[in-house]
Design a protein around this ligand. Structure first.
Ligand code: ADP
Length: 616
């Protein structure tokens, strides 16, 4: 043992001993946690004890119906079958079972771990699309964690690395580079040299695929150096294997074979089957290039034994390709054809994924361009809308000012007409014939009406020009003021005006008075009951207050209930009910200015109810 790793090893052993003790704890939850923890630690070292502890944890969790632990135990079993047994199908089964307990998992990291393990399983089974989907799922879970710890960052880096190595064809090789760069960034963040070295190794392979052997070698040699410095033996075999392969492919056979053999010997010691098989294939290929077919076939058959067991489609495809070539040269055509057929089948299956991916990439890029174009169009539209609104605001203000000025200026000549008509009436009193009298009456009524119209128009135009700030307005006081200003009308019609307790609202007091005045007046005016009855009530719902004015008047047919708020809209001839058709328009403008709403409903048994809702 390396003397430098002593303190760590002692610490680890102590931890293991403590956990083993805890598995005998009387408290079930503690015992299960310890079992799971032990399994997790042994899984990290690919130690078969991981299985024993996970199994025990599973049995205990089922016995005591501890759902979250059942899921966790399945997860550890899944990791064990994937890593230590390369039994990807059993591992997938455990992942599925763990997912059934998804809701019981305490952290997003554990969920991510399930998806990651599923991804690895699918990868080795050659189901690359499913592998990619699961890796991405896992990645999304981890990236969504707000405060990522070291472990989470490492998982993210691993996942980007796994996504990178899914891409090896011409169409998607650029993605390999992008994912590797992401992965490296995260490994650097947690200062993990073996991870960084792994990315360098991956970049070496990328440059080789991209046709730049010199750059490829630089990256691979750098990777080996980093792996050696970090004491990562598996990394050293990985990079040696890649260097060996490249050297052979670029004509340096002897040098390359040394690297490959070294890699194989070292890998055999770890017992990890797929890398061993890959080494066999690489050596087989190299020997074939040197036309040493018999030796080559021995290595390839060794690889086949392993890969048939692990059911790893990617490696099996490259093996079949190599074997078919080899058999062809040794003139065993029957075998050659069988291997070729299997290769074609596997290759097509794998290539379908790459094509699909390339197609999806292109579609995604197209979608992005479309989105950008739409965004530009939206920006232009928004600009047009904004300038339109601006123009509209200017013209609205101008219109309001015009209405105000016009009605204001009309008042003056109107006053002159009214006073001279009055003078004329007095002056002609005894001298005028009945026709003259009738004409004069028309003039008098017309001017009175014009006076009312000008007054109402002026009121209407003033509403939005008002700069009076909103204050706390006690509506009970507003009600009192209204009733006293309507005293004559109320007395004449013997009306009864009742009011419940009203709230205080933030408003323009004069405008609130105007609303009360118009609504109460209408309630009495449009009323043929012997005694007009007006009731005013307030109610509160959430953040809004509603004030309702109900009367026992003539009512409003449903089809006119929204029309009456429009300017000059009247439902009756002037001879029957006087008015200008502006009162309710004024009410609506005022209520709008107070961010409220006004509407009318049928009253029971007869009449109407006007409601105003305002922010509380
Ligand atoms: P006006 O000056 O004509 O009263 P308003 O804008 O106040 O103008 O009302 C518009 C029309 O709505 C009225 O002409 C009348 O037909 C109808 N109206 C308003 N309030 C009532 C009510 N309380 N009951 C029945 N009809 C009403």
């Amino acid at each position: 043992m390396d003397i430098n790793s002593w303190p760590m090893a002692i610490e680890k052993n102590k931890k293991l001993e403590d956990l083993k003790k805890a598995t005998r704890s009387a408290k079930v939850s503690d015992a299960i946690c310890a079992l799971l923890h032990l399994s997790e630690l042994y899984n990290k070292d690919r130690n078969k004890l991981a299985f024993t502890y996970a199994r025990q944890a599973l049995e205990k969790s089922i016995q005591f119906d501890r759902k979250e632990n059942i899921g966790e135990a399945h997860l550890q079993l899944a990791i064990y079958f994937c890593r230590s047994r390369t039994d990807y199908i059993t591992s997938l089964n455990h992942c599925e079972k763990a997912l059934q307990f998804k809701a019981a998992f305490k952290t997003r990291r554990e969920l991510a771990e399930i998806f990651k393990t599923m991804g690895v399983n699918y990868f080795y089974l050659g189901e690359l699309r499913k592998a990619q989907d699961n890796y991405k799922n896992a990645l999304n879970f981890l990236l969504s964690i707000a405060k990522k710890g070291k472990e989470e960052i490492k998982d993210i880096a691993d996942l980007y690395y796994n996504l990178a190595i899914l891409n090896r064809s011409q169409e998607t090789i650029h993605l390999r580079k992008e994912f590797l760069e992401e992965s490296r960034k995260y490994y650097e963040q947690i200062n993990m040299p073996t991870g960084v070295a792994r990315c360098s190794d991956g970049m070496g392979v990328y440059h080789f695929y991209a046709g730049n052997t010199k750059k490829a070698m630089e990256h691979l040699l750098q990777a080996i150096k980093m792996f050696e410095e970090a004491g990562d033996k598996e990394g050293v075999y990985l990079a040696s294997n890649n260097i060996g392969t490249i050297k052979i492919k670029t004509g340096k056979f002897n040098e390359g074979l040394v690297y490959l053999m070294k890699s194989l010997q070292l890998r055999k010691k770890t017992g990890n089957p797929i890398p061993i098989a890959i080494s066999f294939i690489n050596i087989g290929n190299a020997l074939m290039d040197k036309r040493r077919f018999k030796e080559a076939i021995i290595h390839l058959l060794d690889a086949e034994k392993i890969l048939r067991k692990t059911k790893s489609k990617i490696e099996l495809a490259s093996l079949m390709c190599a074997m078919s070539r080899c058999y062809k040269h040794t003139k065993d055509f029957e075998q050659a054809v069988a291997c070729q057929a299997e290769y074609i089948e596997l290759h097509e299956e794998l290539h379908r994924y790459e094509l699909e991916k390339a197609y999806n990439d292109t579609t995604a890029r197209y979608d992005l361009e479309l989105m950008e174009k739409n965004a530009t169009i939206d920006r232009l539209k928004n600009f047009e809308i904004a300038s339109y609104i601006h123009r509209l605001e200017i013209s609205n203000t101008e219109l309001r000012q015009f209405a105000h000025a016009a009605s204001h200026d009309l008042k003056e000549p109107l006053r002159t007409i009214t006073s001279f008509v009055n003078l004329l009436e007095k002056h002609c009193q005894n001298k005028i014939d009945p026709t003259g009298r009738e004409y004069l009456d028309y003039i008098i009524t017309g001017t009175k009406r014009l006076e009312e119209l000008v007054k109402d128009l002026l009121n209407l135009s003033r509403i939005n020009l008002s700069e009076t700030p909103f204050t706390d307005v006690n509506l009970n006081e507003v009600f009192k003021d209204t009733v006293s200003s309507l005293a004559t009308m109320i007395a004449e019609r013997k009306a009864q005006v009742n009011c419940g307790k009203l709230p205080i609202v933030s408003a323009d007091k004069a405008q609130m008075f105007q609303v009360f005045l118009n609504l109460i007046t209408n309630g009495i005016k449009y009323n043929q009951s012997k005694q007009p009855l007006i009731n005013i009530r307030a109610s509160k719902s959430g953040a809004r207050i509603t004030i309702s004015f109900s009367d026992n008047g003539i009512g409003i047919a449903e089809q006119y209930q929204s029309k009456i708020f429009e300017i000059f809209q009247r439902l009756h001839p002037r001879e029957k009910y006087s008015g200008t058709g502006i009162g309710l328009t004024i009410c609506k403008r005022i209520v709008d200015r107070h961010h409220g709403k006004i509407w009318v409903e049928k009253n029971q048994p007869k009449g109407s109810v006007f409601h105003i809702s305002l922010p509380a």
